[in-house]
Write a protein that binds this ligand. Structure first.
Ligand SMILES: Cc1cc2nc3c(=O)[nH]c(=O)nc-3n(C[C@H](O)[C@H](O)[C@H](O)COP(=O)(O)O)c2cc1C
Length: 361
């Protein structure tokens, strides 16, 4: 019987994933009435991955406050109604044997934008349900409105919003909380010297730029208790001169672990528009490998991982501890079941209803 690193279980604190093939967060921009409440679309979208055998499914970037939404159609976890709608989805994910994660997010200067398939581009005006964005500094992302610089009280409320969102996430049943510190959103804006021009204790040195993230981690850990797993998603490079890079990522990952984070999801980019990115199969894996070995943390890799053997090799060779899939698993929600077959692994978690479709018949 062949063995597989990809299909071996993985535990973080009290949480055990049945395999290391996980679903990356994917915004659906599909809330109705701009109320942040996940809908049946989210249940079917996320639920499909659970019946397809994924070990962990991380919800889309879910806003910790109304002003932290990327678009008016984003989900949130800042009201009890949102919490209760998430609880229904979590219950289904659990019923299929998957671990449920939520990506907690604040979009900062990239808030209040049109969803990708809208005819318009850039910031949504107030007349269409938009709102003013906040950021570490009054520096706009290309094509978006200039944000307001957060003052000290504003920073404190961001930390409090992450803590309140954590309470609701735990109450909704989520096992894994992932902080979105990547892709040019608020926490990443504080980390990168290209978007953080502050001269107070939240800007300047690496320690100062990491301060907000570390305060959020401490607040989230305090609210989450000791059992929940806390992930941080980083962009390990801005792909831009003078920006955030893999060395800073590795250094802050160590500080983040000391502050209460457990695991690091390594992506890249999103802070600066129009950068040249050498996109190719597995192109971000070397960043995950770098962070894993330059610090003493465990990591997942993401980005154009689309084949079973490719995913298996990333883990068996020690480049990363898990892989996350986004577009590939949207195309094929049963990717894990198919990957196991390709690797010659027998799984005992085919849904009973689907057993007659099991390979090799
Ligand atoms: C439709 C879509 C929505 C996404 N939304 C998010 C998100 O909410 N949070 C996030 O961190 N990344 C988001 N991403 C990025 C993915 O998580 C992933 O890192 C990226 O797509 C690369 O993986 P892939 O090559 O397997 O698609 C999104 C990607 C797609 C395609």
């Amino acid at each position: 019987m062949p063995t597989s690193a990809l299909f071996s279980p993985y535990s973080v604190r009290a949480v055990t994933m049945r395999n290391r093939l996980w679903v990356a967060p994917m915004c659906q921009y599909s809330v109705q009435n701009h109320d942040g409440v996940p809908t049946d679309w989210h249940l079917v979208h996320l639920g499909g991955f659970a019946k397809g055998g994924a070990g962990l499914i991380i919800s889309e970037a879910t806003a910790v406050s109304a002003e932290g939404r990327i678009s008016p159609e984003d989900t949130g976890i800042y009201t009890d109604e949102q919490r209760d709608a998430w609880a229904r989805i979590v219950k289904f994910l659990h019923s299929q044997g998957a671990v449920a994660g939520i990506q907690l997010a604040h979009a900062g200067r990239k808030a209040s934008t049109w969803r990708p398939w809208a005819a318009e581009r850039g910031s949504v005006p107030a007349s269409e349900g938009g709102w003013p964005a906040v950021a570490p500094s009054a520096v706009a992302f290309t094509g978006y409105a200039v944000p307001t610089e957060l003052d000290r009280a504003g920073i404190d409320s961001v930390v409090a919003d992450f803590a309140a969102a954590t309470r609701r996430s735990i109450d909704a049943g989520f096992d894994v909380l992932e902080l979105h510190a990547a892709h040019g959103y608020l926490l990443h804006q504080f980390l990168s010297p290209l978007s953080n021009l502050r001269t107070d204790e939240y800007g300047g040195s690496l320690e100062n730029r990491a301060r907000l993230l570390l305060e959020v981690i401490a607040a989230v850990r305090a609210e989450a208790g000791e059992d929940a797993a806390l992930f941080v998603r980083f962009s390990a490079t801005d792909w831009a001169e003078g920006g955030w890079d893999q060395e800073q990522t590795a250094a802050v990952a160590d500080l983040a672990r000391d502050a209460g984070a457990d695991f690091f999801d390594i992506s890249t980019g999103g802070l600066v528009s129009g950068t040249q990115i050498p996109v190719a199969p597995g192109y971000q894996v070397p960043f995950a490998e770098f962070v894993k070995h330059a610090s003493s943390v465990e990591v997942s890799a993401v980005g154009l991982i689309t084949e079973a053997r490719q995913a298996e090799e990333i883990i068996s060779s020690g480049k990363a501890d898990a892989v996350m899939l986004a577009r590939g698993i949207m195309r094929d929600p049963q990717f894990p079941l198919r990957a196991a077959h390709e690797l010659g692994i027998e799984l005992d978690y085919w849904p009973a209803q689907y057993l007659r479709a099991q390979w090799p018949n």
